[in-house]
Design a protein around this ligand. Structure first.
Ligand code: GCU
Length: 711
């Protein structure tokens, strides 16, 4: 009947508000505190879901009204102080919450409590989710807390906007800048640039808070130094103020060699001063970080792509990744900031199989004995940010061999939400099952004495319980843009949603996540829910089948990473599809077993043996690790060639089924979204068929066998 949030106004954010030119209608919300935001979510959510106006109240009066929802912390709320024991609340930690149904005499009400305002906000969203997904909201005694502390997005603003932009094509390749946030350099008219806060930033912030995202690196990983200039910092501060009530903190991607950029003159460094151990280097980053922190007090820190794909890094100055990361980490540690150092390094000069390079470079630093008797050189405020697989966000990869291997270093898992290689904003591909597969893969990690760890799934490594890491992080490369629905394809929203849910609790079942999302996005009708959940759950395997089945990798057109190009030969061998498929008269696939590149040796012994042997490697990873003879018998009873063809055809057939399922739901979906998804599915089916036909006919040139498409 009522939403009761005591003291919601006590933390109003006053920073920067005088200087801001604010978009009409945004001013009020810009100054919100987290508790105000929570109150607003409850009022709006409950009013919408119950279809009547639900009032809000600031104080309890003499008694909490029957049917009320009370929200707060022990600090903000008398009701919480009275009804929620401190010890129980303490157990859910900083971001966690309790939801309790309380009866007092003839009155019954719900209490949502957090230790922090943000925890309470997360509780509000969890409560609304129950209501919206038709779960009981009485008799509740719920306690939830996230398994991973830092749940971040990396947003690649200016390059490769695969999703979320308003353009109808395959991404930002058609010239339109579809970035979510408008910074000066994005070229939009100044009146709509930051520090003006557009409504869509708040829509995005609310969406992200609803799934517990705690931070966002706002610029491209191939960073532009402009983001470190005073002009930009002022804009970033305005954005940080707008996102803060939703518990979302800003971070920045930086270019390692920024200190040499003349735009910072006279505060620039010479190449000699770029030694990461040089006080000048550390002082430069410390000054820059302080400047940012003065404007953004809760600034997270820097994401660094160093010595990767042409980006500068410590190796250009004669130092290794440990020196570089630690140089920056030392500079910002007194400010409480972190360095997210990416491990996406792959130049072939260390090993011709580029997949081996990251572990070869980072492994020894993790293992290095230290003067104090411990091992591992990376400092505590460094996270090594590692993609789920060793190549580059392919639709199916084995886990990265570094998971479990970096015992002495904080490791963040990086997943790609924006569907670079998984259909961009054209194809419907629900990625949660892929992430679930990654997170629940057994690393078979052992301890120093060679004994198997008790908790050793990738999820345990990432949540710190496997190897007792205190600080934990997971990062998703975001699929947001300026589209009305933020992600371009309506079903791409499911990926953002799922990332947040899995970042909060990686043990969740992806089908349950899909179900929640369908109920909240499309409706609770029984037939609708089961049809859409089933359709989504098979969509990733279908994409794998018609693009890169049975473990073959990276067959993408280099121009856009969308369409098929199995015959493409590029100047760089390690970017060329032909290098990845190794097609010849004997068979198909890349030998990474001990007879080939021996990537398998980087895994713990159980996985190394399993992947290294063509008879025991999981079928789905067959060509990732082996060059497979065309006539090899497969578990299905078909020979490899026939199985391969079968997969391509089955994948495309599945897309046809999705299209028909969607058509059958017309009466249950609003007309606009129905038509938009229908149009995408038509493109999807045509493009999937193109993948099948291009690949199968190219492979046939080598196999010389007949195409027998099976049902
Ligand atoms: C992919 C992507 C690049 C990106 C890179 C990275 O290769 O195509 O645009 O910069 O990943 O993760 O750094």
């Amino acid at each position: 009947s009522t939403v009761l949030v005591e003291n919601a106004d006590r933390n109003r954010c006053h920073r920067h508000t005088q200087d801001l030119r604010m978009a009409p209608g945004s001013a009020e919300r810009l100054m919100d505190s987290t508790l105000q935001a929570a109150r607003e979510e409850l009022v709006r959510g409950l009013s919408g879901l119950l279809d009547r106006r639900i009032p809000a109240q600031d104080g309890p009066g003499h008694a909490v009204p029957d049917g009320a929802v009370v929200l707060g912390t022990r600090e903000s709320s008398q009701v919480v102080r009275r009804l929620v024991p401190a010890g129980e609340l303490a157990r859910v930690g900083e971001d966690g919450f309790l939801i309790r149904s309380v009866s007092q005499g003839r009155r019954a009400f719900t209490v949502i409590a957090g230790n922090t305002d943000v925890g309470a906000l997360y509780g509000a969203f969890a409560f609304l989710r129950r209501l919206q997904t038709h779960r009981p909201i009485t008799g509740l005694s719920l306690a939830e807390s996230p398994r991973i502390a830092n749940r971040h997005l990396n947003y690649w603003d200016t390059e490769r906007l695969y999703a979320g932009n308003n353009a109808s094509g395959t991404g930002g390749l058609n010239g339109e800048n579809g970035a979510l946030f408008n910074f000066a350099a994005t070229g939009e008219s100044a009146a709509r640039n930051l520090p003006v806060i557009l409504d869509r930033y708040l829509v995005a912030a609310r969406a992200l808070a609803s799934v517990g995202i705690t931070g966002i690196t706002i610029n491209n990983v191939n960073a532009d130094n402009a983001y470190l200039t005073p002009e930009y910092i002022e804009q970033e501060a305005a954005l940080a103020d707008a996102l803060r009530p939703y518990g979302i903190r800003l971070a920045l991607s930086i270019r390692y060699a920024a200190p040499t950029d003349q735009r910072f003159a006279p505060d620039t460094l010479t190449d000699e001063q770029m030694a990461p151990v040089d006080p000048a280097f550390q002082e430069w980053w410390s000054r820059k970080a302080r400047q940012i922190q003065e404007a953004i007090p809760d600034f997270v820190g820097f994401t660094v792509k160093a010595n990767s794909e042409g980006q500068p890094g410590p190796q250009d100055f004669g130092y290794d990744h440990g020196d570089g990361a630690n140089g920056m980490a030392t500079a910002v540690a007194p400010l409480g900031l972190r360095i997210y150092w990416r491990t996406f390094v792959y130049n072939a000069d260390v090993d011709r199989d580029r997949l081996k390079r990251a572990y070869l470079e980072f492994g020894p630093i993790d293992d290095e004995p230290q003067p104090d008797g411990t091992r591992g050189r990376f400092l505590d405020n460094v996270f090594l940010q590692t993609k789920n697989g060793p190549l580059d966000y392919q639709a199916r990869e084995p886990i990265h061999p570094m998971f479990g291997r970096m015992e002495n270093t904080n490791q963040a898992l990086e997943l790609q939400i924006t569907q670079e290689y998984t259909g961009q904003n054209r194809m419907l591909c629900f990625l949660a099952p892929m992430w679930e597969e990654v997170l629940k893969t057994d690393t078979y990690a052992t301890d120093g004495d060679g004994r198997l760890l008790e908790r050793r799934l990738v999820g345990h490594i990432v949540d710190g319980t496997a190897q007792h890491h205190a600080d934990t992080a997971i990062v998703g490369v975001a699929n947001l843009g300026n589209a009305d629905n933020l992600t371009g394809h309506h079903f791409s929203q499911a990926n953002l949603y799922a990332f947040g849910r899995q970042a909060w609790d990686w043990t969740l079942d992806s089908a349950d996540i899909a179900e929640d999302w369908v109920r909240m996005t499309w409706g609770n009708g029984r037939g609708l829910v089961s049809a859409l959940v089933a359709m989504m759950m098979g969509s990733w395997e279908a994409l794998v089948s018609y693009q890169t089945p049975l473990g073959v990798a990276h067959q993408f057109r280099s121009s856009d990473h969308y369409g098929p190009a199995p015959s493409e030969v590029l100047a760089r061998e390690d970017w060329s599809p032909v290098y990845y498929n190794q097609a010849d008269a004997t068979g198909l696939g890349f030998d990474r077993s001990p007879t080939g590149s021996d990537l398998t040796a980087q895994y713990f012994p159980t996985l190394a043996a399993r992947y290294g042997d063509i008879d025991s490697v999981p079928e789905e990873l067959l060509m990732w690790f082996h060059h497979v003879p065309w006539d090899r018998p497969m578990p299905s009873g078909r020979i490899f060639w026939d199985e391969l063809v079968h997969r391509y055809y089955a994948g495309v057939r599945y897309v046809g089924e999705m299209r028909r399922t969607w058509d059958s739901l017309e009466s249950q979906v609003d007309a606009r979204r129905f038509a938009e998804v229908k149009a995408k599915l038509a493109l999807h089916e045509a493009d999937a068929a193109d993948w099948r036909d291009t690949c199968v006919s190219y492979w046939q040139q080598f196999s010389g066998r007949e195409i027998r498409a099976t049902d």
